[in-house]
Design a protein around this ligand. Structure first.
Ligand SMILES: *Cc1c(COP(=O)(O)O)cnc(C)c1O
Length: 381
């Protein structure tokens, strides 16, 4: 079945009791049992909820997993996945993973004895020499944030198999519509459902799936044991969002490509980062492992000092963190999403103060370009 059809008919897309074409929102916290030890299928709603289950089955269908798991946030899902490891285990962490993932490791998981090294996963030659005796997993994000670096999922998975370590991919930026990490060799895929999957900036959620039944059992156990589950209302909202994921992603991408063309030709722009650009460092790889380039663009202004004034001059692009919603957003990573990284480390990673990140929405592209034009004029560029 094509993924466009799976988005509509995957998971559990109707209600067998009433025929309702959308899954009902089951708010019940507990379920009547037929007899002691004879539940009808659901017992207590942390362990299982029909609305959440429909979403969990859907993400598994979309990513090619054997089971899915929905959490109260992307980070709750990430935390649960890392909880499958033990004290003394070592994880290789991409150097530009989501800031919250990094914080989770640095401030929380190290206190429980997990070890990590930070590496540039987009340079595949870096990987093998960083693997230690106690390395248990490589955790990657591709495209990465905010420079849209591309990591070779197939290549890394081959190295990982050789050393018997897991590959965990944060697929938030591509969505399952544009990238299928499990098919490329990854073991676990996770998402901040808050972004493209939800798509309307109205729900915080996390999703995890795997094609390995042993890992699925572990994650399922921990989801219940730790308890960071997604509520039924939000589970329904996410399913509703996913139904239109394919049309939204196509539109995000089309608009992003028009804006990339505009920015690339603008004399006040020093550099544009977008995996769809033939001049982008990871373009060839992105072309190979993704079916589209998604809707996030970053760019640098020639004038270092104008970034803040520029984003504050935009009218249609809303100044806000986050991404993946139908409305266009803009932010300055150095002072917003990536402000917690010290300036020298930030600059070493290529995140200049003049860098601006756009999450391109699905508005009419000419209106978005007109907005950028008026902001350039307003700041005198
Ligand atoms: C937002 C985000 C997360 C964290 O998800 P929350 O839903 O905010 O907890 C993780 N990874 C990426 C790439 C993100 O953009």
């Amino acid at each position: 079945m094509h993924i466009k059809t799976k988005m509509i008919h995957g998971g559990i897309s109707d209600d067998s009791t009433t025929g309702a074409v959308s899954v009902p929102i089951y708010h019940a916290s507990t379920y009547k049992q037929n007899g002691v030890g004879k539940p009808k299928g659901y017992e207590y709603a942390r362990s299982g909820n029909p609305t959440r289950y429909a979403l969990e089955k859907l993400i598994a269908d979309l990513e090619g997993g054997v089971a899915g798991f929905a959490f109260g946030s992307g980070l709750a899902g990430i935390h649960t996945v890392f909880s499958t490891f033990n004290q003394g285990d070592h994880i290789l962490l991409g150097d530009d993973v989501y800031g919250g993932t990094f914080r989770l490791f640095q401030k929380v998981l190290v206190n429980f004895g997990l070890e990590y090294s930070v590496i540039d996963t987009s340079k595949i030659e870096n990987i093998e020499k960083e693997i230690k005796n106690n390395t248990k997993a490589i955790y990657i994000e591709t495209p990465s944030n905010p420079l849209l670096k591309i990591t070779d999922i197939t290549g890394i998975s081959k190295i990982a198999k050789k050393h018997n370590i897991q590959v965990i991919v944060d697929n938030t930026f591509a969505s399952p519509y544009f990238q299928q990490p499990l098919a490329l060799g990854a073991d676990i895929v996770l998402h901040s459902g808050t972004k493209y999957l939800g798509g309307h900036s109205d729900v915080i959620a996390g999703l995890v799936t795997t094609n390995n039944p042993v890992l699925a059992d572990k994650i399922g156990f921990l989801q219940n044991a730790i308890g960071g589950v997604l509520g039924p209302q939000d589970s329904w909202l996410l399913q509703r969002g996913i139904k239109t994921l394919s049309v939204r992603m196509e539109e995000h991408q089309k608009n992003a490509q028009m804006i990339v063309e505009f920015l690339s030709a603008h004399p006040a722009v020093a550099k544009v980062y977008y995996p769809g650009l033939v001049t982008h460092e990871g373009h060839e790889l992105a072309n190979k492992q993704m079916t589209g380039f998604s809707g996030v663009i970053s760019f640098e202004l020639i004038d270092e000092d104008k970034a803040i004034e520029f984003v504050e001059s935009l009218r249609l692009f809303t100044l806000a963190e986050s991404l993946g919603g139908v409305e266009s957003l803009v932010e300055v990573p150095s002072v917003m999403t990536h402000a917690s990284i010290p300036k020298d480390k930030r600059e070493a990673a290529g995140i200049k103060d003049s860098l601006i990140r756009l999450s391109v929405g699905i508005e009419y592209f000419e209106d978005l370009i007109d907005d950028l034009k008026q902001a350039f004029t307003k700041v005198g560029l």
